[in-house]
Design a protein around this ligand. Structure first.
Ligand SMILES: [Zn+2]
Ligand SMILES: [Zn+2]
Length: 276
């Protein structure tokens, strides 16, 4: 049952908020956002006959169902307005008063140009559009036609989005590495770990001396992987160390790791749903 993943994310946000008070506020906001996304995902399931929808192997602008999107956007924005911190609530209100054709331009621009979010870019309107499009993209990603995946792909094979977090999953005696898309949340395999070697998901660098890994005792299952060639970093959640982690939620909660990376002049490869 696909829907349970939203409940897993919400439950994980609660667990992490309880143990990391510094992240409690953002996790509470994320939880409410995830509940709104769950409603959208459910509407899509109903509108598309629970999985009998047309299948795409890639998501592109021409696959946008403007009728569905413009019908649901105002309600989503009103709901966000009621739960969001000040500046985001104001942006939601501003977006709600724009015309449907302006919204459609934003939706298609977003998917045609490929989602690209700089961390701390300070554009709440883009974040709202992404939060709204995410369950839409995720629904079609969940029902996509599968292609052979390329283990060197640095963007999502389904929607061309950049990865927001890396994952290590147990495999045999070691771990298998994958990346999770910042928009549709597709997880794709990325490289193999040989003798602990990693490859930069931003530029493909593989030279050990160019790649830094940082961990903090506070989060033994999450590490920063930073590249000295392109100065980008991504966090990777190690499910071999903590099988209860939900990578996109643990990524949100591990704020001190972002600070370490910023202090060392690394820029995040892709901002998360909350623009961090
Ligand atoms: Zn994607
Ligand atoms: Zn790099």
């Amino acid at each position: 049952m696909k829907l349970s993943k939203f409940d897993q994310r919400i439950r994980r946000a609660d667990e992490l908020a309880a143990v990391h008070p510094f992240a409690a506020e953002i996790l509470q906001f994320y939880k409410r956002l995830a509940s709104l996304q769950k409603v959208l995902y459910t509407s899509l399931q109903e509108a598309n006959g629970n999985g009998s929808a047309k299948k795409f192997s890639r998501l592109a602008g021409e696959h946008l169902d403007f009728e569905f999107l413009t019908a649901n956007f105002p309600e989503f924005l009103s709901a966000v307005e009621a739960i969001a911190p000040g500046p985001i609530a104001q942006s939601a209100q501003g977006l709600r008063t724009q015309s449907a054709s302006r919204w459609n331009d934003r939706f298609s621009t977003f998917l045609f140009s490929g989602p690209d979010l700089e961390a701390n870019a300070g554009d709440p309107e883009s974040l709202l559009v992404i939060a709204f499009l995410q369950p839409y993209a995720e629904f079609f990603a969940d029902h996509r036609e599968h292609n052979e995946s390329d283990e060197t792909a640095r963007v999502c094979p389904f929607c061309q989005g950049k990865p927001v977090v890396g994952v290590l999953r147990p495999e045999g005696d070691g771990a298998k590495r994958s990346l999770i898309c910042s928009l549709c949340l597709t997880e794709w395999k990325y490289g193999r770990i040989r003798c602990g070697r990693i490859r930069c998901p931003a530029c493909g660098e593989e030279a050990v001396e160019k790649l830094a890994v940082y961990t903090a005792s506070q989060f033994p299952h999450v590490r920063v992987e930073a590249c000295d060639t392109c100065r980008r970093y991504i966090k990777t959640v190690d499910l071999t160390k903590n099988g209860l982690a939900v990578p996109i939620v643990d990524e949100l909660a591990t704020l001190p790791l972002n600070l370490w990376a910023q202090e060392h002049d690394y820029v995040k490869l892709q901002a998360n749903l909350l623009g961090i």
